[in-house]
Design a protein around this ligand. Structure first.
Ligand code: GCU
Length: 440
């Protein structure tokens, strides 16, 4: 445990130095962005141009999937055969009677002391079931996402309040609701959406050797002795895999319309949400909030965070092969516009923030823009603009985008856009029913 603690301390120290001490090394000036070209998602490896949906599905999509798996995120695992779901509680009186809170323990190997994750699920009361849902991993424990004393306190690897380092411990009750502003659970309930979340540390604590304490070890033949191949999955892979396992549960819950589940994530968990949306086509809608490098931002622009920087400070996030592109983005045959394109024809929303330069807002916009040809192939409208929109001016049909005022964060403004986007694509108006009932 001590070893892991110090491993994380190293990561944290490097991370803190990131945007401050070494900031001068990174490009924040458009004029300094070196020449680059954005790969054409419709240009197959044999040089032929894809011009119909069938060829996209049978040839180009698998080709790109394979490249992202082998070069960036690593190979994903499937659904564990013996996985079980235990609904530990269902409280119909939570959030002042407006929601039912369920907690569901997922045992991946079907055994209680094996690898597991705890799903926290809120379902709006008083609406016709099933209802659509949003799913996202949280950074600090389920108990932090809402002001609800009924949520079980995490006793996994969490950061301690003193120095922010990660240790195995039970969270203190003072942390309850501290991330509530990022999740807007009450807004979701009032708009008629269920919300499911899991603490990402349940799947793998976020430090270099954290995998030894998470599902990557548990699902490997050799457990913590495993040597990962260069194309084997990293932490983002296993976090994304966990999101698919949440969806497995939701498919079994009669209160949830599992054909209308959106996956969402912020920052590193935004990278995770994108990869989950790409690898699991059951997710009907995908949202990337300020995901930046290795998420929605183009790697080849080298603006803000770079591939070399992310792989050095977070060596566990991506697969080993991704390190070939450290300070060498030009050798990547793919870029993140093609990752977004892999979500087509499902709706995808990319959001940036003005002060979040580290995540390269323009690179996020350009990646969304250059995913558009694949949506066009499906006969769908994408962003519907050629240039980056003004601040706080959301755009897009099947590809949504906004850049909002402020910092790297998820704010109620962002959620307003995401819920509106889901309402339009799911043809849903649960919020209106709610209002009508409240008026009676
Ligand atoms: C760091 C990292 C980013 C990441 C962010 C986060 O800033 O460099 O890539 O998105 O942490 O997850 O908060």
């Amino acid at each position: 445990m001590k070893q892991c603690f110090f491993a994380f301390a190293g990561t944290l120290a490097a991370c803190l130095s990131a945007s401050c001490i070494f900031a001068a090394e990174f490009i924040y000036d458009e004029e300094k962005v070196p020449p680059y070209s954005i790969p054409d998602a419709l240009l197959a490896a044999d040089g032929s141009k894809v011009s119909d949906v069938q060829t996209w599905r049978s040839k180009r999509r698998p080709e790109l999937m394979n490249l992202f798996e082998t070069e960036v995120y690593g190979k994903m695992r499937g659904k564990p055969e013996k996985m079980t779901f235990d609904v530990l509680s269902a409280d119909k009186t939570s959030l002042g009677g407006r929601a039912t809170r369920k907690e569901i323990m997922v045992n991946f190997a079907g055994i209680k002391d094996g690898s597991k994750m705890l799903i926290l699920l809120y379902i709006p009361n008083g609406l016709k079931k099933p209802v659509p849902a949003f799913v996202g991993l949280n950074f600090k424990g389920n108990h932090t996402v809402a002001n609800d004393p009924g949520i079980t306190l995490a006793d996994q690897w969490i950061k301690n309040n003193r120095d922010g380092l990660m240790q195995r411990q039970r969270a203190g009750s003072e942390a309850r609701g501290t991330q509530a502003s990022q999740w807007c659970v009450e807004m979701l309930m009032s708009r008629g959406y269920a919300f499911a979340t899991v603490y990402y540390g349940d799947l793998e604590p976020d430090f270099d050797e954290g995998w030894k304490h998470g599902s990557r070890a548990a699902l490997s033949k050799d457990g913590a002795k495993t040597q990962f191949a260069a194309d084997d999955w990293g932490a983002i892979g296993v976090w994304s895999w966990g999101l698919s396992r949440v969806l497995d549960y939701l498919e079994s819950d009669p209160d949830i319309d599992s054909k209308h589940v959106g996956v969402i994530g912020h920052s590193r968990l935004g990278k995770t949400a994108l990869w989950a949306g790409v690898t699991d086509e059951r997710f009907a809608l995908v949202i990337s909030n300020n995901s930046g490098c290795g998420g929605a931002a183009l790697s080849k622009r080298i603006f803000g965070e770079t591939v070399g920087r992310i792989n050095t400070v977070f060596p566990h996030w991506f697969c080993g092969n991704f390190k070939k592109y450290n300070e060498n983005e030009k050798d990547l045959t793919i870029d993140q516009n093609e990752l977004i394109a892999l979500i087509a024809p499902r709706p995808v929303y990319v959001a940036s923030a003005v002060e979040d330069k580290w995540a390269d807002p323009k690179g996020e916009f350009l990646a969304a823009k250059h995913a558009e040809p694949v949506y066009t192939l499906f006969g769908l409208e994408g962003l519907c603009v050629d240039d980056m929109p003004g601040v706080d001016k959301p755009v897009g049909k099947f590809i949504g985008y906004h850049i909002r005022t402020g910092k790297h964060d998820v704010l109620p403004y962002d959620w307003e856009q995401y819920i509106g986007f889901a309402d339009r694509h799911f043809n849903y108006s649960g919020g209106l029913c709610w209002k009508a009932r409240a008026l009676k």
